[in-house]
Design a protein around this ligand. Structure first.
Ligand code: DON
Length: 304
């Protein structure tokens, strides 16, 4: 497959796309990121790496981190996590409170903020050093020696966590949060402030495309049965109230973040990460979705 030529073709089409998205502003530090940043990195399991744009530049991965925290929680307590949250698409914005009220504090899935906060609570209860252990987990699955956070983004979001604090309070009132609310908020906000490049994300996600194994190794770090479930949740819930649209246009499991990043995987074939900060009204990267739609169209490789 001529991946490099296809990526160049996508890059040549970008200037003709209307830039209607807006960079996230509810985390003030994210608003400082230049709108015109763009990167795409594809890691083919068989033939290696292809890229365009600033593929080694780190950015705030935000909700993409929810895939890593879910994976760690599943490896610690297995199916018990599903006593605390569900696996249904929410059809509501990522930070919505409404369903929690009449669904007794049980979030619809682990990728909306409510669900990711429950996962943070589980990790806080189970791990001695949750921050260090989460970073070590990501480093372990990706072969990246050190994973860092952007401290300015971390502090900036902490000062504006009104909605996440509300979600935690509501869930705590239903008995679905064990730890102190401030501690859960701190840990969750920390994981969202992880910074990685498209190159690093495409490597970190390789195990999800390769039955839980790092490429060129034979031992599964996450059992294939769990990878199947995590990928299924990415497919159905990875883009919140735009999960249907992403499936329809791109046709791959994936996960977005309000930093403008999107990672998608084609099991057995490739992983791809794209970064463009302006977001559409659903909080997903406008050009990122376009680039991925063009990728699966031009390669003819989606899961459908
Ligand atoms: O909790 C928040 O609102 C952010 N730290 C993460 C949200 C996010 O990335 C939604 N994704 N598109």
């Amino acid at each position: 497959m001529e991946y490099q030529n296809i990526l160049h073709q996508i890059q040549s089409e970008l200037p003709y796309q209307k830039a209607i998205g807006k960079v996230a502003s509810y985390i003030p530090e994210l608003e400082k990121v230049p709108k015109d940043k763009f990167a795409m990195h594809l890691y083919c399991l068989k033939s290696g790496h292809y890229h365009i744009g600033s593929h080694e530049e780190k950015f705030s991965i935000q909700s993409i981190s929810k895939v890593f925290s879910l994976s760690l929680a599943m490896s610690l307590i297995g199916d018990d996590i599903f006593k605390r949250l569900d696996v249904e698409p929410s059809g509501d914005p990522f930070n919505s409170l409404v369903q929690l009220e009449h669904e007794e504090g049980i979030p619809r899935n682990p990728f909306i903020n409510a669900g990711a906060l429950v996962i943070s609570d589980i990790l806080l209860s189970k791990l001695k050093h949750p921050k260090e252990e989460l970073l070590a987990f990501i480093s372990g699955i990706s072969n990246i020696p050190t994973i860092n956070i952007d401290n300015d983004v971390f502090e900036s979001e902490k000062k504006h966590s009104y909605r996440n604090a509300s979600l935690l309070n509501l869930m705590k009132s239903f008995g679905n949060i064990e730890n102190d609310i401030e501690e859960v908020l701190d840990f969750y906000t920390y994981q969202c402030a992880i910074e990685m490049s498209c190159k690093e994300l495409s490597s970190a996600f390789a195990i999800y495309a390769n039955e839980g194994k790092k490429p060129t190794t034979s031992i599964a770090l996450i059992p294939p049965s769990k990878i199947k479930r995590i990928n299924a949740i990415m497919q159905t819930c990875g883009f919140y109230d735009e999960a249907g649209e992403f499936s329809f246009r791109v046709g791959l499991p994936g996960k977005s973040g309000v930093g403008g990043g999107i990672v998608a995987i084609h099991p057995g074939q490739y992983t791809v990460a794209v970064w463009s900060p302006p977001l559409n009204p659903k909080g997903n990267s406008e050009l990122g979705m376009y680039a991925l739609e063009r990728l699966t169209t031009l390669t003819g490789l989606s899961i459908f």
